[in-house]
Design a protein around this ligand. Structure first.
Ligand code: SF4
Length: 277
């Protein structure tokens, strides 16, 4: 926590009293996307929709377009749906209770506890990829934490400070340590504030098996991304021949377009496809 004070990045969603909506938006955007790519979209998004009711009143197609190239664009649709529920059922205010947050579309165990912690100063065991990696190295001596296991949250909770404000700051600090120093590759152990405590470093940093990383080029995911970018760049219907040029392999294109329609990211329209209204 002492390290975090001077080391923390100055990020807009960490400003004091920032409120539930900016924190929820930032957490959803950060679920799969690095900070540097999130920042400009986050600023535009909140400039345009400073409250859930404003987003709920917009079309879902606008949300998908504004999502830009953040990836995993179903998040935009879910955030739009969540905004509608917040406006309709919670008086326009992002709920503070984890149970209520978990009922919102696109909000899972991590996001619900992160919002309750960072926006509302509650005490929770928050577990994201970074925190799991730091705790796995410090306490278990494992290079990579592996898949989630029963009891992870209970174990993580055992080292969270008791007072809610201290717990929130501790959580932000461990997350930041994982992002800045305790990285998956080439961790900066020489500058790490807990290097004397860390079981993995003390064991000489033995490497565990590591996944080879996911191939992207030529995958259905790339096809979806390319086709959605084509739809986003057009105000109306994109004709089939244009989509054929965007992604030539026919089977994969049909599969990707069907997936986009099923996920609420596109609709069929005369002679082509477009973003939903
Ligand atoms: S000493 Fe290295 S591996 Fe251990 S917590 Fe610090 S950065 Fe991570």
């Amino acid at each position: 926590v002492e390290w975090y004070g001077p080391a923390a990045r100055d990020l807009p969603w960490r400003q004091p009293g920032v409120g539930g909506w900016p924190v929820l938006v930032s957490e959803v955007m950060l679920q799969q996307t690095p900070v540097a790519r999130v920042l400009p979209v986050y600023q535009r998004w909140l400039g345009r929709w400073p409250a859930p009711a404003a987003l709920a009143a917009a079309g879902v197609g606008d949300a998908v377009r504004e999502w830009g190239t953040l990836g995993y664009p179903r998040r935009a649709v879910r955030l739009h749906q969540a905004a509608g529920q917040i406006a309709g059922r919670h008086g326009g205010r992002v709920p503070a209770a984890v149970a209520d947050l978990l009922r919102l579309p696109g909000v899972g165990e991590y996001t619900a506890r992160a919002v309750a912690t960072f926006a509302y100063g509650q005490r929770h065991a928050v577990l994201d990829t970074n925190i799991r990696r730091v705790l796995g190295r410090v306490f278990d001596g494992r290079a990579h934490p592996g898949p989630p296991r029963a009891g992870d949250r209970q174990r993580a909770g055992a080292v969270v400070p008791e007072s809610p404000p201290a717990a929130a700051r501790y959580t932000a600090a461990v997350m930041e340590l994982g992002a800045l120093l305790c990285r998956a590759r080439r961790p900066g152990c020489d500058r790490c504030p807990v290097h004397d405590l860390c079981a993995w470093r003390r064991a000489g940093r033995p490497e565990a098996g590591r996944s080879a990383g996911q191939r992207y080029a030529g995958t259905d995911r790339q096809a979806r991304g390319r086709l959605l970018a084509t739809l986003r760049s057009s105000p109306g219907t994109v004709p089939e021949p244009v989509l054929r040029v965007a992604w030539p392999p026919a089977d994969q294109r049909r599969r990707a377009l069907a997936g986009l329609v099923a996920d609420g990211l596109a609709v069929r329209s005369a002679g082509g496809y477009r973003l939903p209204d």
